[in-house]
Design a protein around this ligand. Structure first.
Ligand SMILES: C[S@@+](CC[C@H](N)C(=O)[O-])C[C@H]1O[C@@H](n2cnc3c(N)ncnc32)[C@H](O)[C@@H]1O
Length: 230
């Protein structure tokens, strides 16, 4: 792809982006475009268009309200992007494993946080290391399901739930949509029924659920859900 600037934060072109994603989907290359998003910024993480460059405020609130007393608590950050959420979990005392399918994303994290305590690594949610199964006290998911189409969404949710240890939590942040709407609108936001599958299919308990509009102009609807494995 010659024109890469349309993917940079300060020059982002939604239509070109959507066409690019649809082209990859059409060719069955569901996972091949993520690395391109991170690679095309040439090492400048501030140009990654979907990176907020600050931890999710809902995650920060949760961490403030759920201070850990033991230092051996583990957290896993799925599709960690440029690392802000992984770092805040680490600051609050978790032993954090943060992974992404994109090597370029992990390179950006390692360069950005050279003294980090977080273990950053390339891994695929659909083929993660066996010893991660039911291994994490907190699993954090922000906007990964929503970049996946069709059957990969359910498979991703099941894989995420399988990472949670007994009595552990998954915290889920995503764009949202009304039921039976926006099914083709990239970035493919989640419906409440999709969120509820953490409960009805994966057997987790809903601890809290919030639907809210973010602070962008115009505001975009989001969900913030917390589920527990017993
Ligand atoms: C929209 S980005 C969100 C990044 C970050 N969580 C954030 O909130 O800024 C989705 C992320 O999921 C990653 N991803 C997609 N499929 C994945 C998979 N199968 N395994 C691991 N990471 C994946 C992508 O590379 C990308 O970094």
């Amino acid at each position: 792809m010659k024109d890469i600037k349309f993917l940079h934060k300060d020059n982002f072109d939604y239509e070109k982006y959507v066409n690019m994603v649809k082209e990859y989907h059409k060719n069955g290359k569901i996972f091949n475009w993520f690395d391109y998003i991170y690679d095309c910024v040439n090492g400048d993480y501030t140009k990654v268009f979907w990176a907020d460059l600050e931890p999710n405020p809902y995650l920060v609130d949760w961490l403030k309200q759920n201070v850990i007393t033991k230092q051996d608590k583990t957290a896993c950050v799925i599709g960690c992007g440029v690392g802000d959420d992984a770092e805040i979990l680490s600051e609050y005392g978790y032993k954090v494993t943060a992974f992404d399918i994109s090597q370029s994303a992990i390179d950006l994290c390692k360069n950005r946080y050279q003294n980090s305590k977080v273990t950053y690594l390339v891994a695929d949610l659909f083929d993660y290391p066996k010893d991660w199964f039911e291994n994490f006290d907190v699993v954090y998911e922000c906007n990964t399901i929503q970049v996946l189409p069709n059957e990969y969404r359910k498979k991703a949710r099941v894989a995420m739930s399988s990472l949670i240890a007994k009595d552990g939590y998954i915290l889920v942040s995503c764009r949202s949509r009304e039921e039976n709407t926006m099914q083709e609108v990239i970035p493919l936001p989640l419906s409440k029924l999709e969120m509820d599958e953490f409960i009805y299919i994966d057997g987790l308990k809903e601890i809290s659920f919030e639907a809210y509009d973010d602070t962008q102009e115009p505001p975009l609807p989001h969900f913030w859900g917390i589920y527990k494995k017993s």
